[in-house]
Design a binder for this molecule. Structure first.
Ligand code: ADP
Ligand code: 5GP
Length: 202
């Protein structure tokens, strides 16, 4: 068996997808879930309230503040951060179990969390999802219709900080077309795993 076909010799299978609120991360993740079900997607713990279409256990593990405090105190989280008034974190154990089994693992998290993963697991692939333009980002965030004006303003302020940090990531992918973004992500994962040069933009 050649090195690239031996699962044990595969390089890191952890991918982090980050980018400003409204850029389309959840949309990309939902498509990946449907088209590439073998990519395991971490389910984050959050103190945010569920949105109408969100399913507990699938989109998030919704919890109260004290349960989040306990998860932090017990070292259960691989990373965590506060975002627009709520806390979000990645449960550590399921991620490590999947990686040990050789599965592909995807985290969809914000900038501070991506930095923590970079520090803890420098071999992870960090992908920044960027909007085609600032105007399109603002339109997507507003058009989603899930936040009020105050929260949208908070998220747009944070988006400026996140956009300024794009260079910290291994690669930036522009979310023009969700299908193309997913194909690009999978191509990037494959190139990391077999140590080849990532293909040019699709
Ligand atoms: P995020 O998870 O990054 O906050 P969402 O996935 O909720 O963003 O997307 C924000 C809005 O933008 C949603 O209404 C979604 O349908 C829309 N959207 C996402 N990707 C695209 C795209 N490539 N083209 C047009 N609209 C998009
Ligand atoms: P939303 O409230 O829109 O679902 O998520 C707000 C932000 O939190 C998004 O940027 C999303 O990527 C991020 N996020 C979701 N889960 C986690 C997590 O486990 N850790 C961190 N650091 N950020 C997360």
């Amino acid at each position: 068996m050649s090195a690239s076909h031996d699962p044990a010799s595969r390089r890191c299978r952890l991918t982090v997808l980050s980018g400003p609120s409204g850029v389309g991360k959840s949309t990309v993740v939902a498509r990946l879930r449907a088209v590439y079900p073998t990519i395991w997607q971490s389910v984050s713990l959050t103190t945010r309230r569920p949105r109408p279409a969100e399913i507990a256990g699938l989109h998030y593990l919704f919890c109260a503040e004290d349960a989040f405090d306990a998860a932090v105190a017990e070292g259960q989280l691989l990373e965590w951060a506060e975002f627009a008034g709520h806390r979000y974190g990645t449960p550590r154990a399921p991620v490590l179990e999947r990686l040990e089994r050789g599965e592909r693992v995807l985290l969809e998290i914000e900038l501070e969390g991506a930095r923590q993963v970079r520090a803890a697991m420098p071999e992870a692939l960090l992908v920044f999802l960027a909007p085609p333009s600032w105007e399109i980002l603002a339109k997507r965030l507003t058009g989603r219709g899930t936040e009020d004006e105050v929260v949208i303003a908070q998220r747009l302020a944070r988006a400026r900080i996140e956009l300024a940090a794009a260079a910290e990531f291994d690669v930036t992918v522009v979310n023009d077309d969700v299908h193309q973004v997913c194909e690009r992500l999978v191509a990037l994962m494959e190139s990391v795993e077999d140590g080849s040069t990532p293909p040019p933009d699709l």
